[in-house]
Each structure stands twice: as structure tokens, then as C-alpha cells.
Write a protein that binds this ligand. Structure first.
Ligand code: UD1
Length: 338
């Protein structure tokens, strides 16, 4: 059975491709390499011993996309292809709306035209904004995200709900909390472009002395140590959830399905706890300084992922230290490539 994975050479995409191949799905990747590298394809092959089909193009190119559907009998799609930098999205909102939504609509048009179903969308806990209560479950009210990136996720969800309802399709929206870590082989991981915005890539680059010091954005939050709290989920656990969600979608007998799952560990960790866990896991030092809060940051977000456990039989298994250990191994691997 063949699954189309857009953005399949990206961070979460590549880990999910590995899990799909390990579960005997055939995979067709479309990725324009705008935030990924071709060597990831070779590394996927090395990890799995299997060769996914790869098309390097931008999903806005409808005619090329249509040819992929002509060439393969696609049983479903997992859509990772999107821009994801929160800060950049504030400077270039139109690029974000165009890239993240036009590409989504192009794939859905092909699905409609060819009478296909089974679509999984990468959404984010950003759709909850600063929730009034923790942990956050799927019924927690949504708030309009501050960033254009976040809005593309919320709009994407709405587009998919309408798509499922109007055309009797099966869709799953996966709301990720904060994905971290790398593949245990150290052959796959996150490749931040330029200066990382996210915490764990910045911590990792600081530990390897590419950056001088980590800036901790605020220690005056109303939390135990004053730094903000997130739910850091190991990327391989996250990838496995996609396979479970896909299997459930394929098994569904109803014509119209809109499933929504929060994917997190259920445990919140503060920025300082992440830094300390990284130091403990890897026996390295992460110099840091405390700075002003970062605009748009929320105080706390962690998941109630019980629904995923109940309905998908999925649960995050990997502890923070272990995830952070794999990140360090990946960083060392990247340094051998320079
Ligand atoms: C953000 C987005 C989320 C998106 C994710 C990945 C929002 C509300 N959240 O998550 O939707 O999926 O990025 O791109 O838009 N921190 C530091 N120093 C740093 C970097 C981060 O102290 O150098 C702190 C932040 O202030 C925050 C925590 O670390 O408290 C996590 O930050 P980050 O990794 O950027 O993720 P989010 O902002 O939670």
C-alpha cells in the first residue's frame, strides 16, 4: 500500500517515513528541499534497507503533483510539507499562507478529483494558544494563534474539516506539542537553517560551541523556577503515532471521519529543566544567560494525550534525557559531515 508523504525529508517527515517503511508501507516522498537535504534520503535507505520513491519539487506545481498521482496508486497522504518558523512567519505572512495553504489545497484537489481518502495533517498545539487550563485535551477551546505560522495550522484544520464533510473523506489532525530528539541511528534529525529558533537545537549548538551562550527567554514566569513550560515529545515516538493514526484511518468503515489527537507526553518541563537534563544526559556544559521574555511566548503548555492512547493505542515512551542524548549523537554525526 502506497502512502504519499509530503515533506518526507524534513525533520518529523523523515522519521515517519522510516516508521512507515518498517511497517511495510510503500512510500512516495515529495519534498522541495527548501528546509531539508538530499542525504537524508540515503540515510533513510541506510536505516531501513528500503528505498522510498522521491520527487524533488514544490507542491505548488500542480501539474507535477498530478503526475505523481498518475504514476502511483496512492492510498493516503501524510502532509508535512510546510514552512514552520514562527518569527519568520510574522515578517513574511503571505509566503506562509501561500506555501502552507496552497500546497494543502492542491493535494486535496487531487484527492477529490481521483476519489481518494485518508489524509493526515501535521497540526500543532499552537492552535490552543495559552490555554486557560492544563493539561490540554482535544476539547480545550482553540484560540487564534498570534503567529501567521500558527494561523496556517488553524486554517489548515478548518480546510480539512470542510473537505471531509463536503466530500465524505477520512482525515486526521495531529496536534504536536514540542518535538525533539533524533533517530537512534544518529542518521536522521533536525537540520535547523541558520540560527535555531527552537530551544533544543539552540541548546545542542551551544553545547558544541557553535553558539556561545543560550539565551533563556524569561525567568519571571509564574512557574516553579520562573522559566516557561512545554511538553517535549521524542520525534520517534511522534513518528510512530502517525503510523497508528494511519492504520486507524484505513480501518475506519465510515465514509466521513474527522479525528483529532494531541500528541505529547503529558508532562511539562521548564526551559531550565531541559538545559539540566541535556547536561546530565550528555556530560557537557550549556552556558546560558537569562534574557527578557520572547514576544508571543506562552507560559505553559502540556498535553493530555489520553485520547491517542485510548483510540490509537499510542503513548509516548521515551524520557527527556534519552531524547536529548539522541540529539547530541546527531550533532556529533553532523560535525563529521562538515
Ligand atoms: C513554537 C510554536 C509551535 C511550533 C514550534 C516549532 C507557538 C506558540 N509555538 O513552539 O507551534 O510548532 O515553535 O517551530 O507559536 N527558548 C529559550 N531560548 C531559546 C529558544 C527557546 O529560552 O533560544 C524557550 C522559549 O521561550 C519557550 C521554550 O524555550 O519557552 C520552547 O521554545 P521553542 O522551542 O521555540 O518552541 P515553542 O515556542 O514552544
Amino acid at each position: 500500500m502506497t502512502i504519499l508523504v509530503t515533506g518526507g525529508l524534513g525533520y518529523i517527515g523523515s522519521h515517519t517515513v522510516v516508521e512507515l517503511l518498517n511497517n511495510n508501507f510503500d512510500v512516495v516522498i515529495v519534498d522541495d528541499l527548501s528546509n531539508s537535504e538530499k542525504f537524508i534520503l540515503k540515510n533513510i535507505e541506510e536505516v531501513t534497507g528500503k528505498k522510498p520513491v522521491f520527487y524533488p519539487f514544490d507542491l505548488k506545481r500542480k501539474e507535477l503533483l498530478s503526475q505523481v498521482f498518475d504514476a502511483h496508486e496512492i492510498a493516503g497522504c501524510i502532509n508535512f510539507a510546510a514552512y514552520k518558523a514562527v518569527g519568520e512567519s510574522q515578517e513574511k505572512p503571505l509566503d506562509y499562507y501561500e506555501n502552507n495553504l496552497f500546497t494543502l489545497i492542491n493535494i486535496l484537489q487531487e484527492f477529490k478529483r481521483r476519489n481518494l481518502s485518508n489524509f493526515i495533517f501535521s497540526s500543532s498545539c499552537t492552535v490552543y494558544g495559552q490555554a486557560d487550563e492544563q493539561p490540554i485535551d482535544e476539547n480545550t477551546p482553540l484560540k487564534t494563534p498570534e503567529s501567521s505560522y500558527g494561523k496556517t495550522k488553524q486554517m489548515g484544520e478548518e480546510i480539512l474539516k470542510d473537505f471531509a464533510t463536503a466530500y465524505q473523506k477520512k482525515v486526521t489532525l495531529l496536534r504536536y506539542f514540542n518535538p525533539i530528539g533524533s533517530h537512534p541511528s544518529a542518521l536522521l534529525g533536525e537540520l535547523p537553517l541558520g540560527i535555531p529558533n527552537n530551544l533544543v537545537p539552540y541548546v545542542t549548538q551551544t553545547a558544541s560551541k557553535i553558539r556561545e551562550k543560550l539565551s533563556i527567554w524569561g525567568n519571571d514566569y509564574p512557574t516553579a523556577d520562573g522559566t516557561a513550560i512545554r511538553d517535549y515529545i521524542y520525534v520517534v515516538d511522534l513518528a510512530k503515532a502517525h503510523v497508528k493514526a494511519l492504520q486507524k484511518l484505513l480501518d475506519e468503515t465510515s465514509e466521513t471521519v474527522i479525528d483529532i489527537y494531541n500528541l505529547g507526553t503529558g508532562k511539562g518541563s521548564s526551559v531550565l529543566e531541559v538545559v539540566e537534563a541535556f547536561e546530565r544526559a550528555n556530560h557537557v556544559e550549556v552556558p546560558y544567560q537569562i534574557c527578557e521574555r520572547r514576544a508571543g511566548d506562552i507560559t505553559v503548555a502540556f498535553a493530555n494525550a489520553d485520547k491517542a492512547e485510548r483510540e490509537l493505542g499510542w503513548k509516548a515512551e521515551t524520557i527527556l534525557e534519552e531524547a536529548l542524548r539522541t540529539t547530541w549523537e546527531w550533532q556529533k554525526y553532523l560535525q563529521t559531515r562538515i
